[in-house]
Write a protein that binds this ligand. Structure first.
Ligand code: PLP
Length: 435
């Protein structure tokens, strides 16, 4: 069967058997979905043969671009050894090598890695580890978590509970367990409110959980590094476990390998995901400090054991690709590219949209940017319509409500950034003249 064909045909076949996340399937076919057949570098190629610049890095996972020769080769080499073997009570050389390399790089003291497959699972593991840590120490009453407003930590019930409302998830409110919630980075007084809550609730909290530096899914809300450092210092002072969810910010997005490094913090637990394999394979990890890890050591089959594990955790193919990915980031100066391109992106966005009548605010940190539109101009759903227009112009964008997200791959060039920003400006103009 030929893999290319008419776009409509593929959409019909899709609709007959698939169910897409965060998508109203009754509207799927008429929303001009992109059906990808292959990719080259930073471009996706649709079944219509058209090329699309991947300006959202395939929902924030792609770092070096698609079909990177080193990552492709790492996958081929590993597949000749073994694709997967369980990490429950047993091990795999590829996973050990990856953990050794990551241990040199994560800002966590004496790190130990518990792998899973999705960001939400990494957060779920972190919540359960933080909870059981206190149980293992014989400390009672530390059952809750402090989480920020506008937070997003994934879609499983535990991670959803830590997350704030939004994206239509209110429907699950009866399933959410309560947390101590203080405002997110959009509130200029978020830090003092979080600090007060840490002091007030310390005895009942297992951990404080936050996205360091950028609340991504909230629409790229940004914090100042010293403020994040101050929250961590307060939490540590109160004896809490500090959980940094770096699923979105990790692996170079902010210009350092981890946003925690920019903030100068050393979390007790870190959650990694998205970019960990450069966007190749589903992998995530919960990183625990030696202090946390050692609280789980005890008798075999005893109650201190962490009774949790995912079937595909530590997958060997994903491990081999993730290791190659880490090496390429260093070898090719990828972080330096992020820092240079980030300055260009920030100035392009402020030039073009800083005083645009239909733009409320432009926010960015590293190669994570959000252009918040004013939906009172142009009519709802403005973000959706602007992105649809950009897709027709060959740039794949996807909004978060009224915020157009720009998350280009970390290897993006200056010319590509200019093109993306031009296309966004044209798309916005088009939508504004046809409300
Ligand atoms: C995307 C995201 C998650 C969830 O990751 P999944 O792989 O989609 O489950 C968790 N935390 C943050 C900060 C994220 O951006």
């Amino acid at each position: 069967m030929p893999t290319t064909g008419k776009h409509e045909e593929w959409v019909t076949r899709d609709q007959a058997v698939l169910w897409h996340g965060f998508t109203q399937m009754a509207a799927f076919a008429t929303s001009e979905p992109l059906v990808v057949e292959r990719a080259e570098g930073r471009e996706l190629v649709g079944v219509d043969g058209k090329r699309y610049f991947d300006a959202i890095s395939s929902l924030w996972v792609t770092t070096l671009g698609h079909r990177h020769p080193d990552l492709d080769q790492a996958l081929v080499n590993q597949i000749a050894k073994v694709a997967h073997s369980t990490m429950l009570g047993n091990s795999n050389t590829a996973t050990i090598e990856l953990a050794e390399a990551l241990a040199q790089r994560v800002p966590v003291d004496g790190p130990h890695f518990l792998f899973a497959s999705d960001g939400a699972s990494a957060v779920e593991q972190a919540l359960k580890i933080a909870f059981q840590y206190w149980v293992n120490l014989g400390v009672e009453g530390r059952h809750s978590y402090l989480a920020l407003g506008d937070a997003y930590h994934g879609d499983t019930v535990g991670s959803l509970s830590l997350g704030a409302k939004g994206f239509g998830t209110e429907i699950f409110d009866p399933l959410r367990f309560p947390v101590v919630r203080t405002p997110g980075y959009a509130d200029p007084r978020w830090l003092s409110k979080a600090v007060s809550a840490v002091r007030e609730h310390a005895g009942g909290l297992a951990a404080v959980v936050f996205e360091p530096l950028v609340q991504g899914a909230a629409g790229m809300l940004v914090a100042d590094p010293p403020d994040v450092a101050r929250l961590v210092a307060e939490a540590k002072e109160a004896g809490l476990i500090v959980v940094a969810d770096e699923v979105a910010t990790g692996f170079g997005r902010t210009g350092e390998l981890f946003a925690s490094e920019l903030c100068g913090i050393r979390p007790d637990i870190m959650c990694l995901g998205k970019g960990i394999t450069g966007g190749y394979l589903p992998m995530s990890a919960t990183v625990a400090s030696a202090t946390v890890y050692e609280a789980f050591l005890g008798e075999d089959l005893g109650p201190r054991t962490f009774y949790h594990g995912h079937s595909y955790g530590g997958n060997a193919l994903a491990s081999a690709v993730a290791l190659a990915h880490l090496r390429v980031i260093d070898r090719d100066g990828v972080l330096e590219n992020v820092r240079n391109r980030a300055l260009e992106l920030a100035s392009l966005l402020s030039e073009r949209f800083g005083s645009h009548e239909a733009v409320r605010e432009v926010r960015s940190r590293g190669l994570m940017a959000g252009v918040e539109l004013d939906p009172s101009l142009g009519g709802a759903p403005l973000g959706r319509r602007v992105c649809a227009s950009a897709v027709r112009r060959g740039v794949l964008l996807r909004p978060l409500g009224d915020v157009v997200v720009l998350m280009p791959p970390l290897t993006t060039t200056s010319e590509e950034l200019e093109h993306v920003v031009d296309v966004l400006a044209d798309s916005l103009s088009e939508v504004l003249v046809q409300p």
